[in-house]
Design a protein around this ligand. Structure first.
Ligand SMILES: NC(=O)c1ccc[n+]([C@@H]2O[C@H](COP(=O)([O-])OP(=O)(O)OC[C@H]3O[C@@H](n4cnc5c(N)ncnc54)[C@H](OP(=O)(O)O)[C@@H]3O)[C@@H](O)[C@H]2O)c1
Length: 342
């Protein structure tokens, strides 16, 4: 039984830490049954300090425990809030066990009330029951948080006076969800690595797909750029080449985390998109039930098109550490959905 901690400064390297010890009053122990590994988890690690992702599961100095999305099952409890045997979807350490302090229990789940998480975004502190609406466990691990982000971006873009959406890291699951939802409403153009261009085209979600090295023919007079790549060079080229036609620019991700943005950009000032904040605004606008109904309907439409996805199971600490290292180094096939278990 193990928790994997990434080495800060050399994220592909992991150290095995022991599982948490005896429970205190109010705590419950969960076995982490399975979780997804995607570029989103790498972004959590890259922004472990500045976006506080290291604070969810404190680690020894010079290490960070990477948060992952998946299922945990209560196996021991000194809390009345959760029953032994109950299963929960949420934010876990990349490991085999976690100890939480379940509080604010309702039919919709509970909150981890641990003191070190009190100032962290509510969205990440909630644990929910499994939901049949999201499909099987693997699909929930892979897409429940990512597709919620796709949906929120699409809702925002639907209100904008844009004729074209331009998505970088077009092969990422979050970008694919946006593309599928927006196709037909606006011209949807993908930007991707040369090796992933055919994959993006084959999904059928994009009107056009360009490689990062060839941005020449991007169409549109009112273009919204949604940057999942965080690649400074790509961002600069897009802003320079589309000058006058680029009307808005949004920063969503950091998949190309080794090429950060440093340059001054011409054109619109990029806006940071942070899904938990936007989700709270939508829940305030539509109510929780209205938000869930809209998200479920959009997800059902996307889920029906996932013929391109291959779920790839990774079991055991060594195999998970190796998969994590490949992910950090960008050596993952975009058609693979990695579902891991220690
Ligand atoms: N702001 C928010 O609230 C929010 C919410 C959810 C997700 N996100 C972000 O959206 C991005 C996509 O996440 P995802 O989980 O959907 O990704 P994913 O499906 O795992 O994306 C895989 C793709 O990302 C690119 N990539 C991955 N690792 C790379 C590396 N080391 N070097 C270069 N390129 C790499 C490649 O795309 P290309 O070849 O096409 O570039 C690859 O095909 C992440 O940065 C994530 O943090 C942000």
């Amino acid at each position: 039984m193990t928790i994997l901690a990434a080495q800060i400064g050399a994220l592909a390297q992991t150290t095995a830490l022991p599982d948490p010890g005896a429970l205190a009053d109010g705590e419950a122990r969960f076995v982490i049954e399975q979780f997804a590994l995607t570029a989103n988890n790498v972004t959590y690690a890259v922004h472990g300090e500045d976006f506080a992702y290291w604070k969810f599961f404190p680690a020894p100095e010079d290490h960070g425990i990477v948060p992952v999305w998946g299922f945990g099952r209560a196996v021991e409890t000194r809390s009345d809030a959760v029953a032994v045997g109950s299963r929960w979807f949420g934010y876990w350490p990349m490991g085999s066990q976690a100890v939480l302090s379940p509080q604010q229990v309702s039919a919709f789940g509970f909150t981890d009330g641990a003191a070190h998480r009190a100032a962290l975004p509510y969205f990440y502190n909630r644990y929910s029951p499994a939901s049949a609406a999201w499909g099987d466990d693997a699909l929930q691990c892979l897409f429940r948080p990512l597709y919620a982000t796709s949906f929120l971006i699409d809702c925002l873009m639907a209100t904008r006076p844009l004729d074209t959406l331009l998505l970088s890291s077009a092969s990422s699951k979050t970008a694919l969800g946006v593309a599928q939802a927006a196709l037909g409403r606006q011209t949807v153009v993908g930007l991707t690595s040369p090796a992933n261009r055919e994959f993006c085209l084959a999904t059928g979600y994009y009107d056009q797909v360009y490689s990062y090295e060839d941005l020449g023919g991007i169409p549109g007079d009112a273009i919204g750029f949604i940057d999942f790549s965080g690649h400074g060079g790509v961002r600069h080229n897009v802003h320079s080449l589309l000058a006058g036609r680029l009307t808005e620019s949004h920063i969503v991700g950091d998949t190309h985390w080794q090429a950060p943005n440093t340059a001054q950009l011409p054109g619109p000032v990029p806006q940071l998109f942070f899904a938990p904040t936007v989700a709270q605004d939508r829940v305030a606008q539509w109510g929780a039930a209205g938000y869930d109904a809209r998200l479920s309907a959009a997800w059902a439409g996307f889920a029906a098109t996932l013929g391109w996805l291959t779920v790839s199971r990774v079991m055991g600490a060594d195999a998970v550490a190796a998969a994590w290292a490949r992910l950090v180094n960008g050596e993952i096939n975009p058609a693979d959905g990695i579902v891991a278990s220690l």
